[in-house]
Design a protein around this ligand. Structure first.
Ligand SMILES: Cc1cc2nc3c(=O)[nH]c(=O)nc-3n(C[C@H](O)[C@H](O)[C@H](O)COP(=O)(O)OP(=O)(O)OC[C@H]3O[C@@H](n4cnc5c(N)ncnc54)[C@H](O)[C@@H]3O)c2cc1C
Length: 271
């Protein structure tokens, strides 16, 4: 059981940061993960009064506040338009609507969980995190940093044109994923992120130039084989490392074909 001795609704990020420097204190997101822990908390630090519960849109980026819920992310038009609905697809299998109305982006990203759909999507979207003390860095870098007592304030998705597709394999609906895959094609590169391996998400790039001539049935198949061969996976009760490697290749191929299909449909529409 989680026991909380004191509760503080922070009136500034500085206050929240100072309180969070004490080891026994803890920042609250939606508390869905925290509540399952057996832990004695000194002071619970509530960020809900700091205006971090909105997705702000600027000319160049979407700034997702740490207290934005997964449901807000799922329903946000601009975020889903930018990512071809991959934002929605990455969270819609997580438990249920009531759950997603409470789970926060901050708690999901700061936790850097090995099963995370959210981390998988944001890494492929080329997102950055903003930490109160450390400042901005890519989700890709942040995912592998050691845990510290900083506070995540925003997740920032650049408004760079992309094609994206998100797929996951689950043994049963709403369970944790056995494997997740998000592919994103930008003007510069193709990023293929494999999550729930069951380690933290990892971004694979086309280092062999397999997709240099475009995404076709053959190149998607070859890239899938490359992913399958390259990605490091592990075993747990949901699936073996070997099974995950096969699934990773299949999902990578399908995600790329989805992207190619979107391009084709767009071109057809222009005719
Ligand atoms: C039963 C269950 C099933 C789930 N299934 C899935 C799934 O299929 N796919 C998936 O991707 N996820 C899944 N999750 C994870 C879930 O979506 C959330 O990511 C998780 O609950 C954390 O979000 P939260 O808002 O509840 O954070 P909390 O539980 O409140 O916090 C989590 C951690 O993050 C810290 N924290 C929170 N906010 C901040 C911040 N702004 N700055 C610094 N630290 C912070 C807290 O101190 C704590 O250590 C599941 C969780 C549960 C409980």
């Amino acid at each position: 059981m989680l026991t909380i001795n004191q509760y503080v609704k922070a009136s500034s990020l500085e206050e929240a940061y100072e309180l969070n420097q004490k080891r026994s204190n803890v920042v609250l997101g939606g508390m869905l993960w925290l509540k399952m822990q057996k832990r004695n908390v000194g002071t619970a630090i509530d960020l809900s009064g700091l205006g971090l519960d909105n997705i702000e849109e600027t000319e160049s980026e979407l700034r997702i506040g740490a207290m934005v819920t997964l449901r807000q992310m799922e329903l946000h038009q601009a975020l889903n338009d930018l990512t071809d609905g991959a934002a929605r697809e990455s969270v819609r299998h997580i438990v249920g609507v009531q759950f997603r109305n409470m789970a926060t982006v901050g708690g999901s990203v700061f936790g850097r969980y090995g099963f995370s759909d959210v981390l998988t999507f944001l890494m492929a979207a080329g997102a950055e995190v903003e930490l109160y003390k450390r400042g901005r860095l890519s989700v890709e870098e942040f995912a592998y940093l050691p845990y510290d007592n900083d506070i995540l304030t925003y997740v920032i998705v650049p408004k760079k044109p992309m094609r994206a597709a998100y797929l996951s394999q689950r043994n049963t609906k709403t369970d944790f994923p056995v494997l997740a895959c998000c592919a994103a094609q930008t003007e510069e590169e193709v990023r293929c992120v494999i999550g729930a391996r069951p380690m933290k998400a990892v971004c694979l790039r086309d280092e062999r130039g397999i997709l240099a001539g475009g995404i076709t049935k053959e190149s998607a198949e070859a890239f899938g084989a490359f992913v399958s061969e390259t990605v490091e996976t592990g075993s747990n009760l949901r699936g073996s490392a070997q099974y995950r490697k096969i699934i990773a290749g299949v999902l990578a191929k399908r995600a790329l074909l989805q992207i190619a299909q979107m391009d084709e449909s767009e071109q057809e529409g222009r005719k």
